[in-house]
Design a protein around this ligand. Structure first.
Ligand SMILES: [Zn+2]
Length: 149
């Protein structure tokens, strides 16, 4: 299948696009940029409300990237920054791992019942950190002898 036969379909009006033949001497990145420019024009022209959302998300992404250059003592700002990170992270994820999926995968391990809940909780905690749902749990404090306090 050549790039000429790949179809791109608009998610709002079902119009389809092809990249068209490459221009003489045109490399793949330039051809991709030409395609993207056409899609942007389509969105701006035929779906202005969606285009406004794209622009607003772009401004929010810029603001988020800007505030990542600062260390905040204000817990509200720390939380705000973390919530923005979570929103962007989720919007970029192709797949979401929900609790039911984790339980199903752990059940396939056929663990003794006394371990199953602990493994599920561990996987959920790891998922939460990796998907920016929650920060890593703090390690319990230990005294100099290594006893957990
Ligand atoms: Zn469209």
């Amino acid at each position: 299948m050549s790039a000429l036969s790949y179809l791109t379909k608009c998610g709002f009006c079902a119009q389809t696009f092809t990249q068209g033949p490459p221009l003489i001497g045109e490399e793949a990145p330039a051809r991709a940029q030409r395609m993207i420019n056409g899609l942007l024009k389509h969105l701006k022209t035929l779906h202005p409300e969606e285009w406004q959302k794209v622009e607003a998300q772009g401004k929010a992404a810029s603001a988020f990237r800007a505030i990542c250059n600062f260390d905040f003592q204000d817990p509200w700002m720390q939380n705000f920054r973390d919530q923005m990170r979570h929103v962007f992270f989720v919007s970029l994820q192709r797949f979401q791992i929900d609790d039911a999926h984790i339980a199903k995968m752990v059940a396939k391990l056929e663990l003794p019942p006394e371990y199953e809940e602990r493994v599920i909780n561990s996987h959920q905690a790891l998922r939460n950190v990796l998907q920016e749902i929650a920060p890593p749990a703090a390690e319990p404090a230990q005294d100099s002898a290594g006893a957990v306090q």
